[in-house]
Design a protein around this ligand. Structure first.
Ligand code: IMP
Ligand code: MG
Length: 173
């Protein structure tokens, strides 16, 4: 309750919860129930979203995480450094890549290319937030919780200088 006074709530806990149930319902319908789904979340940001989403998925599911940073020089179209790669073999598997927010698209574009090189049967992208106005790379999420304008948001996994990830709602700073 104290938190709510300090921060301007942009998306409430209740709305997030409801939207996650809707996303999971779509995902449960779209993926084949007889084939396990591998959820790969990008840490740290999507940890909280992935944890809530995973518990609404009724398909047989494997779970892994990836941690990466992307760098963009003047010439390079994107280079990626992994702090943690995946342990699960995804070749021929149905993969759902989960991130907190799709902003310029660079991170998700690099990570999806890395995963596609392993030849999964299917690769779909699910993000809690989509900021399409900031996009620099041509990439669209298959599932998006909320489309937001160009605002810097924190909470529910999203950080500002590594802080505020534990807020149960999304706020603007
Ligand atoms: P992209 O590569 O520009 O799409 O950046 C994606 C990453 O930038 C996300 O996974 C977040 O870690 C971070 N990010 C982008 N926008 C925000 C924001 O509004 N709040 C907090 N983190 C953000
Ligand atoms: Mg981040």
């Amino acid at each position: 309750m104290k938190n709510k006074k300090k921060f301007k709530v942009y998306i409430s806990e209740k709305r997030i919860k409801k939207r996650i149930s809707e996303l999971a319902e779509e995902i449960n319908k779209d993926f084949n129930n007889s084939h396990p789904l591998t959820m790969i979340y990008i840490s740290n940001g999507s940890m909280i979203f992935a944890a809530d989403l995973a518990r609404k998925i009724t398909l047989p599911m494997k779970l892994d995480s990836i941690s990466a940073s992307s760098y963009f020089g003047k010439k390079s179209s994107g280079k990626i450094t992994f702090a943690k790669k995946i342990k699960i073999e995804i070749t021929g598997q149905n993969v759902l890549l989960v991130d907190d927010i799709l902003d310029t698209g660079r991170t998700l574009s690099c990570i999806s290319q890395f995963l596609l090189a392993r030849k999964p049967a299917k690769l779909k992208i699910c993000v809690l937030l989509d900021k399409p106005s900031r996009r620099l790379v041509d990439i669209k999420p298959d599932y998006a919780g909320f489309t937001i304008p160009d605002k810097f948001v924190i909470g529910y996994g999203l950080d500002y200088k590594e802080l505020y990830r534990n807020l149960p709602f999304i706020a603007v700073i």
